[in-house]
Design a protein around this ligand. Structure first.
Ligand SMILES: Cc1cc2nc3c(=O)[nH]c(=O)nc-3n(C[C@H](O)[C@H](O)[C@H](O)COP(=O)(O)OP(=O)(O)OC[C@H]3O[C@@H](n4cnc5c(N)ncnc54)[C@H](O)[C@@H]3O)c2cc1C
Length: 455
């Protein structure tokens, strides 16, 4: 195919999945456009600090430093050699009729595509705890980003609550950076964690590394806890009230709470691109439907944590596979996929183990007191969501329009799972019956002025 007839392939996301896809396409002689809202490629796990910061990859990424360095070098080389176009600092805010609406410094521009690879990653999976709307409460991801990108601990005395690998990891990273971490509270009990054992055995080295990190937390770590309330004073967070596994009430003074229950796939753009979704019982969330290569139909391909939370290695492989599918569909010779598919199956077994060991705390959410805020953007309480379900029935979007839960700037990223659990409990049905909030453009807050053009 000559250069003038080269297909326009756009990749959204320059994390391991996006970089894996870009490298595969360049290898086949194509020139993809890679769009990412971060200023430097690397994605979430390999997030780079601003230019001029001096911490080494070993200090930033620990055991993953060599992989981070290799991926950064690969992407920078492809960009410097002009083999791909990198639109950094640009957010894709809408997908419509084969075109992306991209918000950058100069406003919104429209970029057409023939094939679209979405590698948009994940974000924290959050469950509301009474008091979480106050100053001093962050997601675990935010705490880690502040630490990785800026070398900052977000509090003087920190309590982390949630479940999943990120809980242990952020706890250890903060401790090693010298922060005062008072407690790391896991809502998953030891018994629950053992239930994931057979899956976790698919990657014994990674599982052991996780246990070693856990050991470094020492007596700060507690399993099987129930968070009750984040207490505040005029400055913001003052303490966390919780019950331990034995049911004893505890109060831990702190000025920062970090919270997160593993991760949720970032699927807004897939929704706008018209992908079909299916409720995944294992992950307790709605996920876009693809074939094993990442094909979602109509020239759209999905890869990485935005489809399934398989971690950085899985994301890189999924990126390569999505690019291979795209090449095959466009009539190019794709690289062989057999070995990558086998590796992905092993990573999938491990990820299922994690999902079983560290579940979303649905029972805790279902019993939230009525005055607990569920949607932080719009200040919607658990009582208002329950009233919406009583009045409008058990359909997620009906309850959304009645209560305004999920209508704010985060577009339901942080409240959707909890709101759906509450509606399901109120209506006496399963969360998949309730459905999911429909994605709406713009998926990121965008100033009206960005849409205005002089011509
Ligand atoms: C907060 C957080 C912290 C994590 N920390 C760790 C860790 O310490 N160790 C670990 O092993 N794993 C960690 N993970 C998981 C790990 O980051 C992922 O498994 C891996 O990075 C997945 O790669 P990916 O390419 O699918 O997505 P990501 O690496 O997340 O990359 C997605 C990219 O898409 C971009 N993007 C998303 N939406 C848009 C949009 N609308 N417009 C433009 N760009 C967009 C993002 O800026 C990002 O760069 C973390 C995940 C999260 C969410």
């Amino acid at each position: 195919m000559s250069e003038t007839t080269s297909p326009r392939i756009v990749i959204v996301g320059a994390g391991p999945a996006g970089i894996g896809a870009a490298a595969t396409l360049v290898e086949a002689g194509l020139h993809p456009v890679v769009i990412d809202e971060a200023h430097r490629a690397g994605g979430q796990i390999y997030r780079r600090p601003p230019a001029g910061f001096v911490r080494t990859p070993e200090q930033l990424y620990g055991s993953e430093a060599a992989k981070a360095r290799a991926l950064h070098t690969l992407f920078d080389r492809l960009a410097e050699d002009g083999l791909l176009t990198h639109c950094a600092g640009s957010s894709v805010i809408a997908v419509h009729a084969g075109r992306l609406h991209v918000l950058g410094e100069g406003g919104v521009q429209v970029i057409g595509y023939d094939s679209l690879i979405l590698a948009t990653g994940a974000s924290d999976r959050i469950a509301p705890v009474p008091g979480w709307q106050n100053a001093g409460v962050f997601s675990l991801g935010a705490a880690q980003i502040a630490l990785k990108a800026q070398g900052v601990a977000l509090g003087r005395r920190i309590v982390l609550i949630g479940s999943g690998p990120l809980l242990t990891l952020v706890g250890t990273q903060l401790v090693e950076a010298g922060a005062d971490v008072a407690a790391v509270l896991d809502t998953s009990s030891w018994y629950q964690q053992m239930r994931g054992f057979s899956g976790l055995a698919a990657r014994p080295v990674v599982a052991l590394r996780g246990l070693a990190l856990r050991a470094r937390l020492g007596r700060r770590y507690h399993a099987g806890v129930t968070p009750e309330r984040i207490e505040v004073d005029e400055q913001g967070v003052a303490a966390l009230r919780w019950r331990d596994a034995g049911g004893r009430q505890r109060l831990t003074p702190c000025d920062m709470v970090g919270m997160g229950w593993h991760l949720r796939a970032e699927t807004h753009l897939a929704d706008l691109a018209g992908c079909a979704f299916i409720y995944d019982m294992q992950w307790q969330q709605w996920l876009p439907k693809t074939d094993e290569m990442g094909r979602a139909g109509n020239g759209v391909y999905l890869a990485g944590d935005g489809v399934r939370i398989l971690g950085a290695d899985g994301a890189e492989i999924a990126g390569r596979l999505a690019a291979a599918a795209c090449l095959a569909d466009l009539g190019y010779q794709p690289p062989s996929a057999g070995a990558d598919l086998r590796k992905l199956a092993r990573l999938e077994r491990f990820a299922c183990g994690l999902a079983r060991a560290f579940p979303f705390p649905a029972a805790m959410v279902r019993t939230l007191p009525g005055d607990a805020i569920v949607c932080r953007c719009e200040n919607v309480t658990a009582a208002a969501v329950r009233e919406g379900a009583d009045f409008g029935g058990s359909e997620a979007n009906r309850v959304k329009s009645l209560s305004r839960a999920g209508m704010g700037r985060c577009q339901g990223r942080f409240c959707q799972l909890a709101a759906v659990e509450l509606v399901a409990a109120q209506a006496g049905c399963a969360p998949d019956v309730v459905g999911r909030f429909r994605g709406q453009a713009p998926v990121r807050p965008a100033p009206v002025g960005a849409f205005l053009r002089e011509d």
